[in-house]
Design a protein around this ligand. Structure first.
Ligand SMILES: Cc1ncc(COP(=O)(O)O)c(C=O)c1O
Length: 374
């Protein structure tokens, strides 16, 4: 990747460690903590994030692919790692060789894992994935007990727990989530009655971690709150979360445009008056969402400047008529800031009609990351 030096994406590992400690403090002592670092740690960088979280005491890591799991092992991380999306049959041998655990919901994968474990003289840890209402990955509840029975012929598999995912734990109305929990507990009870120990069962994402202690079970599985955003922008968790990612640039050009001037592609904005415009060397090539066009704001000297016209591939224009002291080379905050003024990923997400997760991923994936607080 040939990168631009005109933008600076910073990941603050001290803030990540701080957030881990805050969330850990919400869990009872016996509850294990799986830090979700899938999707390159939500755009923050898999290995630096994982190492920071493990150094603080994370018990488990949750990843999205075999490649991510193997990268953790190659980096020397030896703690339990769960492949949250499961694996394909052809991935069984390397997964078992690396001691990676997998979410399981397919019999052909169970067979492949058992065969790989047998040939390597190992056991394969699996977490049975159940769909209790997310309508996504996993066995439907009626399939769980028959599936478990089928697994009795594979002594090489160690079924560590049931796992499920919550669809609306971030909403104030918890009735749907409580029904999911009831379903999950019912299945756990039924399986345990049939002799399955399932010592590591889990369902709690960030939202459930702070709002539903009864969802903690044996292990919690938060992602977004580790990276400094509440699970829902409307609901403030009772912990002090620090933003981990920030994104800044510098003013490339300042100019004055007369009334009636159009700004950027499509001429979607026309100046009503004389306008001081700052041109920023950042655009959607940097993961700066084009839907911020005409809606988003940036911070210059801790003051807000609105985006005028469309965000381009490499350039974005903001109005600084109200900030006469702004000059070329001045620092500009697109995400982050300090105590006096701050732009959160939730704010950018609201302008762009998305969620903080996607803001982090887009910026983190499109820019070279600079780490501080190691
Ligand atoms: C299976 C699973 N568990 C846990 C998480 C973490 O969720 P959150 O980032 O909302 O805490 C995710 C995130 O998408 C997930 O897919």
């Amino acid at each position: 990747m040939i990168v631009s030096s005109m933008a600076d994406l910073v990941v603050d590992l001290a803030a990540l460690r701080h957030n881990y400690r805050q969330l850990r403090g919400l869990c009872a002592p016996g509850v294990k903590f799986m830090a979700v670092v899938k999707a390159d740690a939500y755009g923050h960088g898999l290995l630096p994030a994982a190492k920071a979280l493990v150094s603080e005491g994370a018990d488990y890591l949750g990843v999205g692919s075999l490649e991510e799991g193997l990268a953790l092992r190659q980096a020397g991380l030896e703690l339990p790692v769960l492949l949250l999306l499961g694996i394909l049959p052809e991935e069984a041998a390397p997964a078992v060789a690396a001691g990676l655990e997998a979410a399981l919901f397919r019999l052909d994968v169970a067979q492949a894992l058992a065969a790989a474990a047998a040939s390597q003289g190992k056991t394969a840890g699996v977490h049975l994935k159940v769909d209790t209402g997310m309508g996504r990955l996993g066995l439907v509840p009626e399939e769980v007990l028959p599936f478990l029975e089928g697994l009795r012929s594979y002594p090489q598999l160690k079924v560590l727990g049931l796992t499920s995912h919550l669809a609306v734990a971030d909403q104030e109305d918890k009735s749907y989530t409580l029904r999911q929990l009831e379903q999950f507990e019912g299945l756990l009870r039924a399986a345990r009655d049939r002799g399955w120990e399932l010592p590591l069962s889990h369902i709690a994402n960030s939202a459930a971690l702070w709002e539903l202690k009864e969802a903690h079970f044996d292990l919690v599985r938060p992602g977004i709150m580790l990276y400094g955003s509440p699970a829902s922008p409307e609901r403030r968790p009772p912990v002090d979360l620090k933003p981990v990612m920030s994104f800044t640039t510098r003013v490339l050009q300042v100019k004055r445009l007369p009334p009636g001037s159009s700004i950027s592609y499509g001429c979607t904005y026309t100046t009503a008056d004389w306008c001081r415009l700052a041109v920023l060397p950042v655009g959607y090539a940097n993961g700066y969402n084009r839907l911020l066009s005409g809606r988003g704001e940036v911070l210059i000297h801790s003051l807000r400047a609105p985006i005028r016209g469309r965000v381009c591939m490499n350039l974005t224009m903001v109005e600084v008529s109200h900030l006469p002291h702004v000059k070329e080379g001045d620092p500009v905050v697109l995400l982050g800031g300090g105590d006096s003024a701050r732009l959160t990923a939730d704010e950018l997400a609201a302008w762009a009609g998305t969620i903080s997760y996607e803001i982090y991923l887009a910026l983190g994936n499109a820019n070279p990351r600079r780490y501080v607080g190691a």
